[in-house]
Design a protein around this ligand. Sequence first.
Ligand SMILES: Cc1ncc(COP(=O)(O)O)c(C=O)c1O
Ligand SMILES: [Zn+2]
Length: 429
Amino acid sequence: MTQATLSTTTAAKGLACKECGAEYELKPVHICEFCFGPLEVQYDYEYLKTFVTRERIQSGPNSIWRYKDLLPVAKDPIDVGTGMTPLLKSNRLARRLGLKNLYIKNDAVNMPTLSFKDRVVSIALSKAREFGFSTVSCASTGNLANSTAAIAAYAGLDCCVFIPSDLEAGKVLGTVIYGPKVMAVEGNYDQVNRLCCEVANTHGWGFVNINLRPYYSEGSKTLGYEVAEQLGWELPDHIVAPLASGSLFTKIHKGFQEFVKLGLVDAKDVRFSGAQAEGCSPIAKAFEDGRDFVVPVKPNTIAKSLAIGNPADAIYALEVARKTNGTITSVTDAEIIEGMKLLAETEGIFTETAGGTTVAVLKKLAESGQINPDEKTVVYITGNGLKTQEAIQGYVGEPLTIEANLESFERAWERSQTLDRLDWQQVLV
Ligand SMILES: Cc1ncc(COP(=O)(O)O)c(C=O)c1O
Ligand SMILES: [Zn+2]
């Protein structure tokens, strides 16, 4: 297939406030100066309709940049192979949950840092370069720091990232290896974020999820586009995805709607269900209480990547779940661990705590009949389990240590037949 030449312009025509509609040029700003509402990228859909086709997309690169026409980047996108991750038809997990039409979108193998954050950062840093920033930064719950540091290294941008000081070793090592400045802040994500807002005002840096947030968040639309394309240019009936700030959840919705608007797929009422950890579930609580605002919480959960106590996009996420007849619900840390194990044992996918949260919510919805077994359901797995090994330490089996001879193996093999996989102890046989 010949590759289409990527355009060097963008159909993004400006930013608009999601609350009062005030319009802004495409600049590194994220908050409305009139009402403090968040800004969002606007596109010229009439113009896009004249040339965006399935064929044009399919002849693009095997990465998120096949959708460049629908992204706010004009030229020189940073293409590190992000996106086009597998969409697997689930067999064993589906059977376990009594579902007949389940798909798994596997961003645990996204490139380069094994989470969906590579999508948003690819857009944000491409835009940072366009705006002329030489230093990029972020306030992160872990995965974003990995991604920002890695893609900044590839693009030759200076980088300083901020994380809470209690993150998992894999998330910390998976950031420092790329050589950025790393600030481990003694506080939770919400405190990290507040500090970063101050730093953004005093240093002229491109903060991917602060002053570049309108562009950054557009990257999550590609999780919607890809699923629609991989399902054979069709929307699913139901999606289940995790929420921290709530951005990813709302942008999958925007992605589906844009495909409908451009005639790339038929319209469908897709239900949106969201997953949070009980120890940080301000959006799920608001949903349950019928509120359209969140009461901020202090996070206390093993799902550290989802630990945002005061989520920026909560009201929009609540709106999406309610108007699509979905739900937003939470699960305990024990259920999250069970979710991680369930996905690993049935589908061979090792996800992190965020994925465990999502699988546990999927299970809960399937068991309570909130997912119809025939619904074409897509569960979004957004991060990799190798980064959050602490969470499952002590909750999974261990190898049987044996001597280097056949007898020792035979004894261990016999013994292993009597052990439940989860009860394996490290023993010298
Ligand atoms: C693995 C993973 N999944 C999901 C999310 C939630 O993303 P959002 O803040 O867009 O809701 C995060 C956020 O950090 C994450 O790291
Ligand atoms: Zn406004």
